[in-house]
Design a protein around this ligand. Structure first.
Ligand code: EPZ
Length: 422
């Protein structure tokens, strides 16, 4: 893939209406889950992003028949033709969430061979809790030379207490438990919206799941599961938040449609605290911002706390908020690298381990900056929208992993963004 860079001419107010896409983190959990259905599955509202492409390529590699219409966001999967249970390293290197295929393949076929994704720029990201949960269901799981080998001669429902709240660990155990004999109870489970969405999808293929959205989730294993209707994934909570922040950052007036306002409450509260105006409707949020913003402080938490994935985009907005803002990153070990890039744009930041202290300045100026991961890229886009001059962002492929047509959406609201192929 040729390298590309994004050019953003800053200082343009965003105004108008934009529709949010289907959720990346729910899509990468539900696409592997289609393996569990003996009948063909239809999944709708999938975003046309790199992570979805890689997960679809994985299904095809395994032998499933997949029809994918990127314009409609609709995918049809017939998993009855799957003929192998190994995922190639090349696909795992392109998408961290490939490890969800462990739980899905183990449940359907009793085995899975999946190379581990490496750590990434935000932290080590081990999967010890995934392995602990799968072993509790009776699987033999070896993590040898960077590949996970999982085998099970029938899975048995069990009580599993997660040592820490982990979205991925909760998803993987839910997937495996669907075909375990008996009931599986996950204690200290993740409560993110995409956990609830996965539970609802599993319900649509005949698996009873209770308690999703709370910290105790019960999965009633079934001999057979078969899709009885199509399923549309929920809107992307993090894209919604990124667009809300971009609206405030440009002192604009943007209405985001097709979103779920209750998923956004932690961010909404902070934007209101800063002096922005946020109006919630049934499936839309309007963000307006006229005057200067007040600095705020927050700590990233598991849902419904402030999402770690919005910490980076929010840090860009705080660079020109009045006074001092403080961010504590509680979820990942090193999720502040984007701040060093923003320093090149004039940001006044100090980092003390898990805490970033941002002193507001009147304006950022354009610079050439590098995205180091998906949400760092989003943060730099927002900084570019705010900055005086034309900002260049390198490594735009990170952004394409998780945002569907981001610059088209922003340009439709009045931004001036283009791409140059190296
Ligand atoms: C999911 O990652 C998301 N990815 C992340 O979004 C998100 O930041 C994260 O949840 C938190 O909400 C997907 O859903 C595909 P965790 P995940 O397991 O599952 C530690 C984005 O930008 N941990 O909840 O990897 C882990 O290291 C991405 O869309 C263990 O120690 O997150 C981290 O410090 C970035 N052992 C913390 O728990 C384990 O076995 C939370 O991780 C698992 C996790």
């Amino acid at each position: 893939m040729a390298a590309e860079r994004m050019l953003i001419s800053g200082g343009h107010r965003l105004e108008g209406v934009v529709h949010v896409s289907g959720g990346k983190n729910t899509a990468v959990a539900i696409i592997p889950a289609t393996i569990l259905s003996e009948a063909p599955c239809i999944v709708e509202n999938l975003p046309d992003i790199e992570d979805v492409h890689v997960s679809i390529e994985t299904l095809k590699h395994l032998g499933a028949q997949v029809d994918w219409d990127p314009a409609l966001g609709t995918m049809r999967v017939d998993a009855s033709t799957i003929c192998r249970t190994d995922v190639p390293l090349e696909l795992c290197r392109r998408m961290r969430a490939s490890y969800y295929y462990i739980g899905a393949l183990l449940a359907r076929f009793g085995e899975a061979t999946v190379p581990l994704p490496g750590g990434c720029d935000i932290g080590r990201r081990p999967i010890d809790q995934h392995i602990k949960g799968l072993r509790a269901l009776g699987a033999e799981v070896d993590n040898h030379a960077g590949t996970v080998f999982a085998r099970a001669n029938g899975l048995i429902g069990s009580d599993i207490f997660m040592d820490m709240v982990t979205v991925g660990g909760t998803v993987n155990v839910m997937l495996a438990a669907t075909r375990a004999r008996g009931v599986t109870t996950i204690y200290n489970a993740a409560k993110e919206p995409h956990i609830v969405d996965l539970a609802n999808f599993l319900g649509s293929i005949g698996c009873r799941v209770k308690g999703a959205g709370t910290d105790v989730i019960r999965i009633y294993g079934a001999e057979k599961l078969a899709a009885r209707r199509s399923y549309a994934v929920i809107p992307d909570q993090i894209e919604t938040g990124t667009l809300m922040i971009a609206a405030a950052a440009t002192h604009g007036d943007v209405t985001i449609t097709g979103c779920i306002p209750t998923h956004m409450e932690a961010l909404t509260a902070k934007l209101l605290e800063m002096g922005a105006r946020v109006e919630e409707r049934d499936d839309a949020i309007r963000v307006r911002s006229l005057g200067a913003h007040r600095g705020v402080s927050f700590k990233t938490q598991v849902y419904p706390g402030f999402p770690t994935d919005l910490q980076q985009p929010m840090s860009a907005l705080l660079c020109t908020a009045m006074g001092t803002s403080t961010i504590v990153e509680n979820i990942f070990e090193s999720r502040f690298r984007h701040l060093y890039e923003m320093e090149r744009m004039g940001a006044n930041v100090r980092i003390y381990e898990q805490t970033a202290v941002i002193q507001g300045i009147p304006q950022l100026h354009a610079a050439a900056v590098e995205a180091s991961d998906l949400r760092a890229g989003a943060a730099l886009v927002i900084a570019g929208l705010m900055a005086q001059g034309t900002t260049e962002i390198y490594n735009t492929h990170f952004i394409d992993r998780g945002y569907e047509h981001l610059e088209e959406k922003l340009n439709s609201l009045g931004a001036k963004i283009s791409r140059i192929r190296e």
